[in-house]
Design a binder for this molecule. Structure first.
Ligand code: ATP
Ligand code: MG
Length: 419
């Protein structure tokens, strides 16, 4: 029989890696709650239609990468490839806008895209994201970008590059689109097959193509800033002024577009760790999507958000960036009734918030202490029959082997002294 393995491009996250994950997730939760964000958890499975309508039919995600299928009841479903469409669906379905004029929501969870696996690029990966729903002013854009940058820096990742651009509004997009079509039609022979198709379906995406010939062809493409409305222009210049109040250094990249159709006005990326991540060095992507709420059936509601790839951030974290693990206390039992005593003492210690390992079966003290060593216990508590007569136990410092008899009601402080 062939060995069972997890699906290509997907990974087990093992206990030894978990302290880093917890550290990152806790940093994220703490930081975004300081900005007033609250967590939302949506299902991993949604109707296919949500992503087709939300992300856009001619995006790579929907065209090529989505895990979409029919279930046994012929419902067309998809594993979520990103978080925003689901959050907005939940926002509308649960009428969250009736609760507060501004909703600030964050999420952490797995996403699924059938891409070619590489370092920092997987078919199941985790994102931490945030959405600020209800404010159109550039103050919201600047605060959100500032929050993302602060998070990366809190993790100790210093050398990052913040890139921003404006895609303008749906009213001015057709003119820019036409200009791109005209420009790239003359360079058709240089473009990859996908981009030749994009000329009809989604010409903006040619600017985002990772094929080298296409990026060369795009070098002198029309500039989006020549096509912005006055409002979009002033929104973008407000943003640039405000970002300095958040201590964000940035570069304006007029050719930057993003992989999803829903973006309007501000888009941004944070790049970092190219030496480690190679082509996967975009660690954060985000932007404004003023049309999405309406697109999904709600009222016109300005919104901005971002998402981080957690694995990519973890690849850039130093070894010290992890949650500290509690030291272990091992409880051993000897003599008549030893096993029962280990159960009682373990419960007493866990009530005092110690992390406790116990033997599960009777055995010699030697074999139990061996297990204590293996579980890297700092202290062993030996519940022997003689001490039990005086309501006491022996505690052993596992580093130097020193032992002392301690009454049960003084156990907690005595163990703390040894930790
Ligand atoms: P890329 O250009 O690297 O494909 P993207 O523009 O598709 O990224 P977004 O959809 O904006 O990415 O998602 C936000 C973040 O999620 C990315 O910046 C990245 O850190 C992470 N991410 C996206 N796709 C993957 C993946 N397949 N595996 C791991 N992380 C990913
Ligand atoms: Mg991608």
């Amino acid at each position: 029989m062939s060995k069972l393995r997890c699906v290509k491009g997907m990974h087990d996250i093992l206990p030894e890696d978990m302290p880093k994950w917890h550290y990152l997730e806790n940093c994220y939760r703490n930081l975004v709650s300081d900005y007033g964000y609250e967590e939302i958890r949506t299902p991993i499975l949604e109707s296919l239609d949500l992503f087709v309508r939300g992300i856009g039919e001619s995006t790579d995600i929907v065209e090529k990468e989505m895990y979409a299928f029919e279930d046994k009841g012929n419902a067309k479903l998809a594993l979520r490839p990103e978080g925003t469409a689901s959050v907005i669906r939940a926002f509308l379905q649960n009428n969250l806008e009736a609760l507060t004029p501004v909703s600030k929501l964050y999420y952490i969870g797995p996403m699924f895209r059938r891409e070619r696996p590489a370092r920092g690029r997987y078919r199941q990966f985790y994102q931490a994201g945030a959405e600020l729903i209800g404010i159109e002013d550039a103050t919201a854009d600047a605060e959100l970008i500032g929050m993302a940058v602060t998070f990366v820096k809190t993790l100790g990742i210093q050398n990052v590059n913040v890139q921003i651009n404006s895609l303008g509004d749906p009213e001015t997009r057709p003119a820019y689109r036409n200009a791109l079509v005209q420009f790239f039609s003359k360079k058709k022979e240089q473009l990859c097959n996908d981009c030749v198709r994009r000329l009809d379906t989604n010409p903006l995406r040619i600017l985002d193509c990772k094929v080298e010939a296409c990026s060369i062809a795009a070098q002198e493409a029309p500039n989006v800033f020549d096509y912005l409305s006055d409002d979009a222009h002033s929104h973008f210049s407000d943003l640039q002024q405000l970002l300095s109040l958040h201590d964000v250094n940035f570069t304006v990249v007029p050719t930057m577009v993003r992989g999803l159709d829903y973006y309007t006005r501000t888009i941004f990326e944070i790049q970092g760790g190219a030496d480690i991540l190679g082509a996967q060095s975009t660690i954060v992507g985000g932007g404004r999507y003023n049309g999405l709420v309406k697109q999904l059936g709600g009222r016109n509601t300005p919104t901005i958000g971002f998402a981080f790839g957690i694995e990519r951030l973890l690849l850039l974290l130093g070894d010290n960036a992890k949650e500290s693990v509690k030291p272990t206390v091992f409880v051993a039992g000897v003599g008549e009734g030893g096993l029962e005593r280990t159960i009682r003492v373990s419960r007493q210690l866990r009530n005092c918030n110690f992390k406790v390992e116990a033997p599960y079966k009777n055995g010699s003290l030697r074999s139990q202490l061996k297990r204590a060593d293996k579980s890297s216990a700092v202290v062993a508590v030996i519940a022997g029959a003689d001490e039990a007569l005086q309501n006491a136990v022996t505690i052993r410092n596992m580093q130097n082997g020193e032992q002392q008899i301690v009454p049960l009601d003084e156990l907690e402080p005595k163990i703390r002294e040894l930790m």
